[in-house]
Design a protein around this ligand. Sequence first.
Ligand SMILES: [Zn+2]
Length: 253
Amino acid sequence: MAKVILDAGHGGPEPGAVYEGRNEKDDTLRLALAVGEILERNGVDVAFTRTEDVYDTPFEKAQIANREGGDFLISIHRNSSPEANQYSGVETLVYDKSGKKVELAENINEALSQVGFRNLGVKERPGLVVLRRSQMPAVLVEAGFLNTDADNELFDEQFDAVARAIADGVLKTLGAGSIGAQERYYRVQTGAFRRREYAEDLLYQLLGQNFPAYILYEDNFYKVQVGAFRQLDNAVRMEEALRRKGYSTFLTT
Ligand SMILES: [Zn+2]
């Protein structure tokens, strides 16, 4: 099973960036937990460096990740600029531009840009301890500028979509290579759309009826799927439950 370590940046007495009463450490924790929940729903094993308001140094965080072991470490942060409202957009930082982490960083940026953020690209930051000291491919996502109102608006109003975008970037990267491909999951698909809004309409309808639905962005389609099952029987039972509610379904792996 694929495993991902999520690191919510900063914490405890160290708030990270601060802007008009807003602390980076709170945004990063909320977002990391939301991303983790989506990944878990998609059959990914998730570990967190923190799940509450505590502080560990970036070195300790890399060590937590190394102890856990995993396919990827994703450290979640928000950016800040010297002046308020000076810049906007998302960027993802990597130790160097080699290997799977670059693909992961690009996929996350791309998915976030579809939520509405400017894509500021993938940047090398060999000096960042959390990237340098972790043994698995690691990226640090700067999910918009904390001192830019437009980015905060997007972060708050599209929060679920932001979390899903990061999860989609991870899932796309996991699905693209050999990582995590050893295990086959049966997924029940209820629709595939070119436009995210249509997929979201269906997603919310399914979630409203307590189906464990999620969106998977794959091959340029937003695929609305329900559950990921190791046993074919369980997937078939989910199909039956969905069909009783009037959904058309399609089984995929
Ligand atoms: Zn930060």
